[in-house]
Design a protein around this ligand. Structure first.
Ligand SMILES: C[S@@+](CC[C@H](N)C(=O)[O-])C[C@H]1O[C@@H](n2cnc3c(N)ncnc32)[C@H](O)[C@@H]1O
Length: 265
């Protein structure tokens, strides 16, 4: 039997496959400045996992602060050792990991709240999503902004395993089941490590509901947000995404896409 991945191996593989905190931060900085006419300084990263984005946030300047919230001590402990402790002592004082629930009430408000990597898809009932978005709005400054990412496309609602080859490993994004009546979906992440050619199955599991863009815009309004902006990625000459997201309601019904929504209180 294959040796189980250690905590560190698991998060190194995860972060090397699905995260790009620098690109997310650049997008937020640019859009917030456009909307609010100033730089966002205080971030709350919901479902922060290892908090890689929150830690990268505080490294931007001495004025930046961040709070990362997650229920699970395992990714937090990895993040403390591998992201927080890599910051200098002064930077560390501006970053707070909170072992807690994003649904709870906290005694601080921020310029930006993010819920990335689709984590809010774990709320399967509309009422729970309204409750979560309402809590988010309460914790935003009045000139703040809430950013979520979302994904979809014809290929994301059927059993299908996609793979991406990296230098040291292959990453698999595996849609195991999709129920067209409930929109329940079950995804797994597997990794193959190239050195030993071992495929580690079901390293992460996501029991989610696929939320549609239009539904999300409606739910954000129901949660009290006054305005919502939705973005779409531009394409390169070869038709693949170019990483540049612009506000738009025009979109091509492609096989697989990822984008952002921004909601203003
Ligand atoms: C898909 S991971 C996302 C991690 C990270 N945001 C990223 O971009 O990769 C979802 C995380 O949400 C956390 N989580 C689930 N329910 C939560 C809740 N109600 N409050 C806080 N964290 C929660 C899990 O512990 C897990 O670390």
């Amino acid at each position: 039997m294959a040796k189980k991945l250690t905590r560190d191996e698991k998060y190194v593989l995860y972060e090397g496959s699905v995260q790009n905190p620098e690109a997310d931060i650049a997008f937020i900085n640019r859009e917030f400045k456009k909307i609010r006419g100033k730089e966002p300084l205080v971030l709350r990263e919901d479902f922060c996992g290892t908090g890689s984005m929150a830690c990268a946030w505080v490294a931007q300047s001495k004025k930046h602060k961040a709070h990362g919230i997650d229920l699970d001590m395992e990714p937090i402990s990895y993040g403390v050792q591998n992201h927080l402790f890599k910051l200098d002592e002064e930077e560390q004082t501006r970053m707070e990991f909170i072992l807690g629930n994003v649904m709870a009430s906290y005694d601080f408000k921020t310029d930006v709240i993010v819920a990335f990597n689709f984590s809010y898809f774990l709320f399967k009932q509309r009422a729970d999503l309204v409750k979560y978005f309402t809590q988010v709005k309460k914790h935003l400054k009045k000139d703040g902004a809430f950013f979520i990412d979302l994904f979809g496309g014809t290929e994301t609602r059927k059993p299908l395993e996609e793979s991406v080859k990296h230098k040291s490993h292959t990453y698999y994004w595996d849609c195991d089941k999709y129920n067209p009546l409930t929109a329940d979906v079950l995804y797994y992440i597997h990794f193959k490590t190239h050195k030993d050619q071992v495929k580690h199955e079901k390293v992460f599991k996501y029991d989610w509901r696929m939320w549609d863009a239009r539904e999300l815009l409606d739910i954000l309004k129901d949660a009290g947000f006054s305005e919502t902006l939705i973005y779409w990625e531009g394409v390169d000459k070869d038709g693949t995404g170019n990483g540049v997201f612009k506000q738009s309601l025009k979109a091509e019904n492609c096989e697989s896409w990822v984008t952002y929504i921004c909601a203003l209180p």
